[in-house]
Design a protein around this ligand. Structure first.
Ligand code: HEM
Length: 176
């Protein structure tokens, strides 16, 4: 929601998609999600920029190894991280990047034997909540605040929590 508020065109695009697909049904259900490719791309793009567990859980190398010219001694903790900038869900419409730990460029749920076993449940919860928030309400900044001032600061910890809560004004949307 923070990224969408900062990118109003993308908010409108995601909202248009969900409202066209759901029309007067009043609630987005799990089976509707497949009709919402742009919303899915918004979730992926957010996970790319702000992964819930940014450094995954720490692991250390079991033996000396060489990775792409980098010598990694045994018992070294290696962090995987990405620090990109632009919020652009469209990038996922062209490339099909899977989150299931196959495409190593993006592994918000980890990869390999210890990857998140809750991936399907986690993704559906995020997609469904976002889809319903976008379907049912029009979102505005509270009076006297600007979307430019919204920040992405996170509290320290294994998982990311916003330091400053996102505070928005919701207006009920009624499908005519
Ligand atoms: C958007 C939601 C979620 C995200 C982004 C997420 C992400 C992650 C990540 C990055 C890891 C570490 C994987 C690794 O070390 O390679 C992990 C581990 C784990 N997650 Fe999730 N997770 C989510 C939801 C869930 C849910 C809903 C459940 C359970 C119902 C769950 C259960 C677990 C468990 C048990 C582990 C430890 C697996 C192990 O160490 O073998 N997660 N998750």
């Amino acid at each position: 929601m923070t990224y969408l508020m900062k990118n109003p065109k993308k908010l409108r695009k995601a909202q248009k998609e969900v409202r066209q697909a759901i029309e007067k049904k009043r609630f987005v259900k799990e089976e509707d999600i497949e009709q919402l490719p742009y919303l899915k791309a918004v979730v992926k793009e957010t996970m790319r920029l702000q992964p819930a567990a940014p450094l995954l859980l720490p692991r250390e190398s079991s033996q000396d190894c060489d990775f792409d010219g980098h010598k990694i001694p045994a018992k070294t903790t290696v962090y995987v991280g990405e620090n990109p900038e632009e919020f652009k869900p469209e990038r996922f419409r062209k490339k099909s990047i899977d989150l299931k730990g196959v495409d190593f460029g993006m592994i918000p749920f980890g990869a390999g034997r210890r990857m998140c076993p809750g991936i399907n449940m986690g993704l559906v919860i995020v997609e469904l909540s976002l889809a319903n928030l976008l379907y049912a309400f029009n979102w505005e900044m509270p009076l006297g605040t600007k979307s430019e001032d919204l920040d992405m600061e996170a509290l320290p910890g294994i998982t990311m929590h916003k330091k400053n809560a996102l505070c928005l004004m919701a207006r009920k949307y009624v499908c005519e």
